[in-house]
Design a protein around this ligand. Structure first.
Ligand code: HEC
Ligand code: HEC
Ligand code: HEC
Ligand code: HEC
Length: 341
């Protein structure tokens, strides 16, 4: 069933789509001209690279285009070559600029999550020109600050990390879902999806252990994850234009997230931001042609997530523990570190 549009709505929609292009809700902001590529990271990060090689993120590079379903999706949506069209590349691949050409070089890789690295790769590992022992703490702080200013997404930046995950895993693309019958996102949850096959916390343990997030960090991952789920699915509904699967499924995601957040608000009453997120999520109707209000709600949720990550470290949120998925729910198994030469 098609929704008929009046001429005035068409103009309105056009104005909004111009506006939408300058918003920052796109799936992952990798910049091909700034991609160093996973081989460059592997020179130092051997263990982390091995973990990555055991994940679906690595394998999608080869396996997705061979999947018969991939070709059906591509056909339905008019994509002729999966490895060339940016639509699929955005979420399944890492693209690097080589001789003025955009070339897919890997699946979802280091820089898909940690930010395009060319401008910070040397900087972050330089110990300010000294050694780990002789660099002063002021120099170290300055080094990390500069690396972040150049686009590095570090491990304390949970909101930015999560935004990247959800930017791909919500699949906020109406045509891809409605015309292509691509799945309308993953049943994603940040703790269970980051602590299994994706886990690669082997660097600071010098390769001795793949260290899981501790209880406090898990609470922050869980809460920020729910917040970002809400933000991204609000933005996804905002962009819906037809009364079809995409609109319904994205509205369902919003509803599920706000229900879970309502429970979290009760369990952690000392974190008033949670209830405020729920309130915001109810402030805009989950319907078509409501982009402005839905975007305002999403922006508000975003501000609340930022203020939570500034204010809390999770230590005072034990009330959330009963909601947080345990290891039996983790997606895949973390790689056990093993000596690599
Ligand atoms: C020349 C060696 C080297 C290369 C190449 C390298 N790194 Fe690192 N990386 C380091 C060192 C050293 C540290 C730890 C610095 C410290 O302890 O202050 C580090 C730390 C990190 C961290 C942890 C940051 C945090 O928040 O503590 C991340 C994430 C990371 N690197 C990602 C990458 C990525 C992605 C690439 C490729 C684009 C890369 N690194 C390439 C040496 C390197
Ligand atoms: C907005 C991000 C996004 C875009 C764009 C996208 N995908 Fe996906 N796709 C995903 C995610 C995330 C999954 C994994 C879902 C899961 O496992 O929960 C996936 C899964 C798949 C799968 C099933 C698993 C597999 O890889 O074997 C196929 C097939 C697929 N995508 C094909 C495509 C094709 C073809 C295109 C381009 C026309 C495309 N995708 C564009 C995010 C995206
Ligand atoms: C799917 C997103 C994703 C990909 C791909 C990814 N990382 Fe990470 N990385 C993360 C997250 C999230 C954390 C923090 C995990 C946590 O909280 O437990 C992290 C942590 C790290 C750390 C800190 C390890 C420690 O000992 O604490 C390093 C170093 C790192 N990543 C480097 C890399 C390198 C190198 C690659 C590519 C080979 C890579 N990452 C690929 C998301 C990713
Ligand atoms: C650039 C887009 C992108 C980003 C960023 C991303 N993913 Fe993925 N992820 C995918 C795609 C595409 C697949 C499906 C790969 C396949 O099976 O072909 C996937 C698969 C996975 C899987 C395997 C799912 C399964 O079916 O077993 C896990 C777990 C996962 N992602 C976790 C994460 C986490 C955690 C983050 C953030 C720290 C993240 N992803 C960031 C695109 C992305």
């Amino acid at each position: 069933m098609r929704v008929r549009l009046s001429p005035s709505f068409t103009i309105f929609a056009f104005a909004i789509s111009l506006f939408a292009t300058i918003r920052t809700d796109a799936a992952v902001a990798n910049e091909p001209e700034k991609i160093a590529g996973p081989n460059a990271c592997a020179e130092c990060h051997k263990q982390e690279t091995e973990a990555w090689k055991g994940s679906h993120h690595f394998k999608t590079f080869r396996e997705m285009p061979r999947n018969p379903e991939a070709n059906k999706i591509a056909q339905r949506i008019g994509v002729r070559r999966i490895r060339v069209e940016s639509l699929c590349l955005n979420c399944h691949y890492t693209v690097q600029k080589k001789d003025d050409q955009d070339e897919p070089i890997a699946g979802v890789s280091c820089e898909s999550c940690h930010g395009s690295g060319k401008e910070w790769i040397k900087l972050h590992s330089s110990y300010s020109g000294k050694t780990a022992q002789t660099e002063t703490s002021a120099e170290k702080a300055q080094r990390w600050k500069l690396a972040e200013a150049k686009g590095m997404i570090r491990i304390h930046a949970i909101y930015q990390l999560a935004k990247n995950c959800y930017g791909c895993h919500v699949v906020p693309n109406e045509a891809l879902v409605n015309k292509g019958s691509h799945q309308a996102g993953s049943p994603f949850e940040l703790v269970s999806w980051s602590q299994g096959e994706v886990l690669h916390n082997t660097w600071y343990s010098k390769g001795k252990a793949n260290v899981p997030a501790n209880a406090a960090r898990k609470r922050m991952l869980f809460l920020v994850g729910l917040g970002v789920e809400l933000e991204m699915s609000l933005r996804a509904v905002a962009k819906a234009t037809t009364r079809k699967a995409y609109a319904f499924l994205m509205a369902q995601r919003v509803d599920r997230a706000r229900k879970q957040l309502a429970v979290a608000a009760k369990n952690a009453p000392n974190v008033p931001e949670i209830a405020k997120m729920v309130e915001l999520a109810h402030s805009a109707g989950l319907k078509l042609n409501n982009e402005r209000l839905l975007a305002i709600a999403a922006d508000g949720v975003s501000k609340l997530i930022v203020s939570m990550t500034d204010k809390y470290d999770g230590s005072s949120m034990a009330g959330l523990d009963s909601m947080i998925p345990g290891p039996e729910k983790f997606k895949g198994t973390p790689r056990k570190p093993a000596a690599i030469n």
